[in-house]
Write a new protein. Sequence first.
Length: 411
Amino acid sequence: MEFFHGVNVDWMGKAKYFVALSALLLVVGWISIFTRVSKNPSVMYGIDFRGGTLVYVRFAGKPPIDEIRKGLEQAGLPNSTIQGISDTQSIGSQNDVMIGLEQAQGDDSLDAGKQKILDVLSKTFGATNPGKPDFNSITPGALAADLTQKDPLSLATGAGDKYTQLANALTSARDTDHGGIITSFDELKNVSGATPAVLSTLSNNYSLGTFAIRDAEIVGPKVGAQLRHQAFWATIYALGGMLVYIAFRFEWVYGAAAVIAVFHDVLITLGFFSLFHYEISLTVIAALLTLVGYSMNDTIVIFDRVRENLRLMRREPLAEIVNKSINQTLSRTILTSGLTFLTVLVLYLLGGEVLRAFSFAMVVGVVVGTYSSFGIAAPIVVLWNKYHGGQAATVRAGSAAGKRGPAVARS
């Protein structure tokens, strides 16, 4: 499928504007990174890498961020991070908050850190009746045991199994139908087996807290440091392997240009992460490696067309050959990049908070990776040929292309 016919854009003539744009994005992004890191060296890392505790809390109403922060500071936890989150696919998630506590004392303090967060929340937003257990936090097993003891249905024999089923139904309705938190026991009246006697027992023996713990994650600092080390080398090995492949398949300057363009993509994406206050986690590393492959593939398509045209246009300046090659692959680039961008954009908008950082990296990476193929990688090849051999180098590259056989990636 070809969208454009007879395109004749002078891409190499605009190379200085591409370089200026990239330089601006890099400078702004990395100023943001250095500014954030100077205040807190681990601020860019997610819990996977820096180690610590994440507690996901759902409130009955709008999360009181300022009160949470004040309570944490009074408890001696001023470096805690508080972030409101929202998952469009989950009921009640508009009232969710993620509280992060950095741990530096060692693995033994991790459970203590989680308990500190829970203590602060309980003290600041405790249940309306502190002497009663919180129904919004109780487990099905504990609820079944209490119901069996009180026996509101007067079952006597066989009460255990019946109340286990009832407890599962009540907590399931709380979590599934009401987002994990209820404000009145009347909200459970439609649950099978929830008779007025059962609801009365719940009302008399349980309180309803204004928050509920949805999930908690704990990662030790030693594990986080190891994951950072492995993620760094995984990225380096991927770039090194691609450099060797392209240098072998084309010329070494093509491989160097492609790898420089990929470095450019990763650095700009990290800058956007800092500007938009996203953290780098394992899923983000996966996204970065994905965009490395995507950007490299798009660059190879253009370089392969350049190699074909070098055999057919040996007397033309390399800049003209590169322009023609980019124009010839423009339809393919717009088709593949456009569809990929729409896919990851939908993932970013509708994928929920768990995938937010991953999909953001993909959205930025697809745009920057496509742009760098013609705006960074191709101009580097042209610039190198201009100052290291000129037209003779172009002819030699064309001869080498002819010897190495037909191209493998076409538009």
